[in-house]
Design a protein around this ligand. Sequence first.
Ligand code: ADP
Ligand code: MG
Length: 474
Amino acid sequence: MPFDWGGNVSDDIVRAQWNRVRGRLRDEFGEATFKSWLNPLTLAEVRNGQVRICVPTRFLRDWVVTHYGDRIRSLWSKEDASINAIDIVVLPTAGLKQANGGGVATAAAAPMVAARSVPAPVAATPDPANANDEIGAPLDPRYTFDNFVVGKPNEFAYAAARRVAESEVVSFNPLFLYGGVGLGKTHLMHAVAWHIRERDPKRSVIYLSAEKFMYRFVRALRYQDTMAFKEQFRSVDVLMIDDVQFIGGKDSTQEEFFHTFNSLVDQGRQIIISADKSPSDLQGMEERLRSRLGCGLVADIHATTYELRLGILEAKAEQMGVEVPRKVAEFLAHKILSNVRELEGALNRVVAHAQLVGRDITLESTQEVLHDLLRSNDRRITIEEIQKKVAEHFNIRIADMHSARRARQVARPRQVAMYLAKQLTSRSLPEIGRKFGGRDHTTVMHAVKKIEELRSLDSGFAEDVELLRRMLES
Ligand code: ADP
Ligand code: MG
C-alpha cells in the first residue's frame, strides 16, 4: 500500500477527501491555474492531524504555499475537522516512491527538501453556540447579503433568498436556486444562513453540500445508524443543500433525500436547494423527486452582464481597499466573461501583483499578469463560432459573413459578428478583418462603433446582441 494514512481512517475516505479538495481547487481557481500549479500535487500521507503533500520542485512548493496553502488547509479541514496543518514538501520525482514499509519512514526516506508548513489560523475554533456546524458545513463570513451585488441576472434569486431569510413563515418550499458555476448560488445560501442566525440564533439552520449529505448518509448506512441520521435533519428549521445535481444517479441517497425532504416539508420547515440546472433538467434524478423539487419557487441566476461584472469589480475593489482604475475594471469586465469566481480571481491576481511589485495597477500590468487567463478565455469562443451563431440568429448564410454583399440584411449581422468578435476574443482588429473575407481593420473598427451606437439607441437591438453574447458565452 503506497499511502499511509495512519490511525483508523480508511484509505478510500482520505482519497475521496483529497479528490474533493482538488475538485474545489479546480472550481475556485479555474482550469488553467489548476493545471499549472495544483495538478502536480500528490498526496503523501495523513497522520496526526497533518496532511503531507508532495510537489516536484522547490519553486512550485514556495508558490503553492504562498498562494494556495491557506485554501488547501481550509478545504481539508472542512473535509476533516481534525486536520490542522498542511505540509508541502519537495519530492523531486513526482508521484510517490516506495521506501520500506510505509508509515512516517516512507516519507522520511524519500529525498525531501525541508517542508514548509501552513500553520492553522489562530481563530479556527468553531463557534460552540452552533452545534449544527457538526452536521452542516461552516459558513463563509464573506458571503453575506451586504456583499452581494445585485443586477439584472440575479435580482430575482436575490429577492427570493432575502424573502426566505426575512420571513417568519415558510413562504415557498423549497426555494430552488439554479444557475451556472460561480454565479453566486452558494453565496446566497450562506447569506440566508447568516441572516437567520443573526436575527434568530435559536432557529437551527443547516447548510451542507449534497456531496456531504450523501457521504454522511452512506456512512450512517455503514454504521447502521440511519435513525440518528434522519433525526439530525428532521429537527432543523431551515435545511440548505447545495449542488444537488450530485445526488443524481445515487438511488439510495435519492430515496433518503426524498423522505427527509418530504418530512421536513410536512412539518413546515424551510428548505433551500441549489443546482446547476433547473429541476426538470436534472439528470439521473427520479421523476417524483424532480417534480417535488420544482414545486416551490424556482429562481434562476443568469450569466453575468457587463454591468454586473463592473459592479462586482467595483464592490470587491472597495472591500479590499484598493484603487482600481476605471479602465482596468472595464477591461476585466469585458474580458472575463465566464463567471464571478474567475472575475474575482483575476482581480485578486492583479491586486496581489501590484502590491508585490509596489506599483499602481495599470492596464498594461493587468494584461501582463493575466495573459494566461485571457488566452484561455479566448480559446473558449472562436470567431467561427460567433459567425455561425450570428448567422443562425439573423437567418443569413454563413458565407455572407465573408462575402462582399452590402445589403443591410447581411451587412448588419456581419457588423454584429465583428463587434462580438472584438468583445469576446482578444483578436486584433486586423485579425478580425481577415476572418471576415479579408476586410480592412478600419471596417471592423467602424462596425464596432456602429453597433455600440445602435445598442445605445435601440434597446430591442441591444437585447438581441446581449442574447447572442450570452448564448456564445454559455
Ligand atoms: P456558485 O455557488 O453559484 O458556483 P459562488 O456562490 O461560490 O457560486 O460564487 C463564486 C464567487 O463569486 C464567490 O466568491 C462569491 O462571493 C462571488 N459572487 C458571485 N456572485 C456575486 C455577486 N452578485 N456579488 C458579489 N460576489 C459574488
Ligand atoms: Mg456553489
